[in-house]
Design a protein around this ligand. Structure first.
Ligand SMILES: Cc1ncc(COP(=O)(O)O)c(C=O)c1O
Length: 365
C-alpha cells in the first residue's frame, strides 16, 4: 500500500458492527437490534427539532448552555443536585467515552472494563494506543473483586456499564465498593446509558459518587429512552477537573443546534420517559415470559432489551437471527461481546414484540 500510513495498531482495531436495519425482501422491518426507543421520540422534542430548520446557517452554542441547564434542572427535581457547570455534552455518549479515553490514557496505559462491558471502551482504548484489559463477570454482571484484582500501576480508567450490555446492573453498594477500592489517580467511568429504564431501588447510576469524589464520571445518552439516537447526543457529569479536560479536548461545536434543541425539550418531557418506562416494564416482562414458555434461557434484564441464549447446536443463535430476519424481524448477535450463543432482543412496540415471538416460535418448532 502506498501513501501515508496510520499509527501502529490503528488497522488492527476491529470495526464497530451496528445493529442490522435491513432484511432482504422486506421493505419494512421490525428493528429490535439497537435498543432504540420503542415509543419513538417525544412530540415536544420533535417540535423543537423542527423549529431549528430556519436556523441552520448559525453555529450552535458551543457551550450547550440551555441543554446543560435543563439536564441539571430535571435531575435536581428528581432529587440529584446536579450543577450544570459539571456537565459536558457530546455527540452521543460514544464521543464522551472516546474523549475520556483520549484524555486519560495512551500507549502503555491500561483501560479496564468487564468482559461484556460496552464494546466501545475497548475500541477507544485501542484507538489511542492504550491496552484494554477485560475482567471476568459474575452472573453476567461486572465483578468488583475481579476488576479490583486487575488494577495495576498502569491502569488509568475503569469503565463500568451500569446497566451492562447483558441486561444486568450493579447495586449501589457494589459500585461504591468498586470506587472505594480504586487509587485516587484511577478514573471510574460509570456508563449509565440505560439508567432511565431501571426501576430497582438498589440501583445507582453513579451520580452520588461523582458529587463526592474527584475520580468518578457518569456518562448518559439521549439515544435510548429519550429516542434521539439519530441526532447523536450524550452527556457526562463529572468533577470540575474532568470537565475542564473534556472541554479542552472536544470540538468547539460538537453538539449540533437541532440536537441541543431536541435534547432540551426531550429532557423536560419526563411524562414521555415515564410512559417509556412503563411500556418497557410491561413488554420486557412479556418477552421474558414468552422465552420461559418456549424453553429459551435468558438473562433477567433491568433494561430495554433481553439477552436470550441458544446453547443447542441444532438451533444456534446465528440460525435464530437468520430465521427472524427472513420474517423481517431484526435482532442483534452478541459476537462483539464474545457471546456467539446469545441473541439480544430490544423491547419494541406491542405488535413488534409479538411479531418477534411468532417468528421465534416457528424457529423452534
Ligand atoms: C452501554 C452503552 N453505552 C453507551 C452507548 C452509546 O450510546 P450513544 O453513543 O448512542 O449515546 C450504548 C449504545 O448502544 C450502550 O449500549
Amino acid at each position: 500500500m502506498s501513501g501515508p500510513t496510520p499509527r501502529e495498531g490503528v488497522l488492527e482495531i476491529p470495526m464497530y458492527v451496528p445493529g442490522r436495519s435491513r432484511a432482504k425482501g422486506h421493505e419494512r422491518v421490525v428493528k429490535l437490534s439497537s435498543n432504540e426507543s420503542a415509543l419513538g421520540t417525544s412530540d415536544e422534542a420533535v417540535a423543537a427539532y423542527r423549529a431549528m430548520a430556519g436556523e441552520l446557517h448559525r453555529y450552535p452554542d458551543g457551550a450547550a448552555a440551555d441543554l446543560r441547564e435543563a439536564i441539571a434542572r430535571v435531575h435536581r427535581a428528581g432529587g440529584n443536585a446536579l450543577d450544570p457547570e459539571n456537565i459536558v455534552c457530546g455527540e452521543g455518549s460514544d464521543e464522551i467515552i472516546h474523549l475520556l479515553v483520549a484524555a486519560y490514557a495512551g500507549p502503555g496505559d491500561e483501560v479496564l472494563h468487564s468482559t461484556h462491558g460496552f464494546v466501545m471502551y475497548r475500541l477507544s482504548a485501542l484507538g489511542v494506543g492504550a491496552t484494554p484489559v477485560a475482567a471476568p463477570e459474575r452472573d453476567w454482571t461486572p465483578d468488583v473483586d475481579a476488576l479490583l484484582e486487575r488494577v495495576t500501576e498502569r491502569t488509568r480508567l475503569v469503565f463500568v456499564s451500569n446497566p451492562n450490555p447483558t441486561g444486568t446492573c450493579l447495586p449501589r453498594r457494589e459500585l461504591a465498593r468498586l470506587h472505594g477500592g480504586l487509587p485516587a489517580n484511577v478514573m471510574l467511568a460509570v456508563d449509565a446509558a440505560y439508567a432511565e429504564y431501571v426501576t430497582r431501588d438498589d440501583y445507582a447510576s453513579g451520580i452520588e459518587l461523582v458529587g463526592a469524589a474527584d475520580n468518578v464520571v457518569m456518562t448518559r445518552t439521549f439515544s435510548k429512552a429519550y429516542g434521539l439516537a439519530g441526532l447523536r447526543l450524550g452527556w457526562c457529569y463529572g468533577p470540575a477537573g474532568v470537565v475542564e479536560v473534556l472541554n479542552r479536548l472536544r470540538g468547539p461545536f460538537n453538539v449540533t443546534a437541532p440536537a441541543q434543541a431536541a435534547g432540551t425539550a426531550a429532557v423536560e418531557d419526563q411524562a414521555f420517559i415515564e410512559r417509556a418506562r412503563r411500556h418497557n416494564e410491561t413488554w420486557r416482562g412479556w418477552i421474558q415470559d414468552e422465552l420461559r414458555h418456549l424453553g429459551v434461557p435468558y438473562i433477567p434484564s433491568v433494561t430495554n432489551f433481553v439477552c436470550a441464549e441458544f446453547p443447542d447446536e441444532g438451533r444456534t443463535a446465528a440460525a435464530a437471527i437468520e430465521h427472524m430476519a427472513r420474517d423481517g424481524v431484526l435482532v442483534r448477535d452478541m459476537n462483539a461481546y464474545g457471546l456467539p450463543d446469545h441473541v439480544r432482543i430490544t423491547v419494541g412496540l406491542e405488535e413488534e414484540v409479538r411479531a418477534m415471538a411468532r417468528s421465534l416460535k416457528t424457529f423452534l418448532e
